[in-house]
Design a protein around this ligand. Structure first.
Ligand code: N2P
Length: 362
């Protein structure tokens, strides 16, 4: 009799624990990458509470994913990183029956993303963007004059310009597989090259301008551009527009512009995925489907200034955003964009070695 009661209590506690877990979702996303009210709205719609952590580096996310047992239900790797993580068995196939809002997605963009995930089996595009140059229009003109090459990587990669701009502050992303191909592109080399010799050349150029770089960081530049701490950042499209919006909000007179250099730029896709060991895959699917709601995605784009791949959302996106060629590039600019290619572990080690040299400056 007594035993039976204990068993019943144990069962009840277990059921409660299970339902508590059913109602929690652990999300790991890029910083400054969601609307203010998205999570609240998700909880209101589903009863699922969200724990939300952020990162600003694919390398950091990758280390957690490869180690396993991250505890996360949804993570957002960039396409090229995701490709090799899928190969390593890190993500689970999505259950399309739980994702009716897939119908909202742009088939052409999803086909592009399928290069990294055949059949889009493991992933859905969250946002996409480019890696270009953000700059303080007045400072750059003051230092380099009215004919400053603001449409070119030469603004930063020409050592003569970098030396002059150093005083007002140049920053770069701490993202080797984005920065080195950009330097290669400026040198006239193929930014999709997988030849270590090309990376060595890109690294040589970065070492030449290394003394003029204030720092390498992938999120701090948003506020620093906005408040005038720095004047030129190689960074991500939306983040630069966020800096522009923050300066406007602060009414500090600082004007920030974003440019996709004429030589070309990296176009990337950030992908919603579910780790193979996610504690709550049902909630993860509910979240991904919720994000693909046209209004929810439009709200995110309107807040973070990144392009999305949700065709149904576009009529709900501010015109100021859909008409900005820095966010939705013109067809001519699109032709000059490149996508990442996978690197084998040997090239990866070379890149890591070169990057360490660049970061430490020796
Ligand atoms: C958001 C940065 C996301 C772009 N702050 C990196 N893929």
């Amino acid at each position: 009799m007594k035993l039976k009661i204990v068993a019943a209590v144990v069962a009840a506690v277990a059921a409660q624990a299970a339902s508590a877990q059913d109602n929690v979702l652990n999300v790991y996303n890029w910083s400054d990458y969601i609307a203010e009210d998205t999570l609240e709205k998700f909880t209101a719609a589903t009863g699922i509470t969200v724990n939300y952590d952020v990162y600003d580096s694919n390398e950091v996310l990758e280390a957690k994913m490869l180690a396993g047992n991250s505890g996360y239900d949804v993570v957002v790797p960039t396409s090229s990183f995701m490709q090799r993580q899928i190969a390593a068995g890190v993500y689970q196939p999505l259950n399309r029956d739980l994702l009716p809002n897939l119908a909202n997605m742009d088939p052409a963009l999803m086909a592009s993303a399928a290069t990294y995930d055949p059949g889009n089996e493991h992933s859905v595009i969250y946002m996409w963007g480019t890696t270009g140059i953000g700059y303080n229009t007045a400072k750059v003109e003051e230092i380099l004059g009215a004919d400053a090459p603001t449409n070119s990587w030469a603004l930063v990669f020409d050592p003569a310009n970098a030396e002059k701009l150093a005083e007002c502050g140049i920053t770069m992303l701490d993202a080797p597989v984005e920065m080195l191909p950009a330097a290669m592109n400026y040198l006239g080399l193929d930014p999709q090259s997988t030849d270590a010799a090309d990376f060595e050349k890109g690294a040589e150029l970065l070492m030449q301008i290394r003394p003029y770089i204030r720092y390498f960081h992938s999120s701090q530049y948003i506020n620093d551009l906005a408040n005038g701490e720095v004047c030129v950042s190689i960074g991500w499209s939306g983040d630069i527009f966020i800096a522009q919006a923050r300066a406007a909000e602060a009414e500090n007179g600082i004007d920030i512009a974003y440019v996709i250099p004429d030589e070309g730029a990296l176009q990337w896709f950030d992908m919603l995925t579910i780790p193979v060991d996610a504690p709550n895959p049902a909630a993860a699917h509910a979240f991904i489907n919720f994000i693909m709601d046209a209004q929810i995605t439009a709200d995110i784009t309107n807040y973070v200034w990144y392009a999305n791949a949700n065709a149904a959302s576009l009529p709900l996106v501010d015109e100021e955003i859909t008409s900005d060629p820095g966010i939705f590039p013109t067809p001519a600019a699109k032709e000059r964009l490149w996508n990442s290619v996978p690197y084998d572990s040997r090239l990866d080690r070379t890149i890591t070695r070169l990057w360490t040299t660049i970061l430490t400056g020796q």
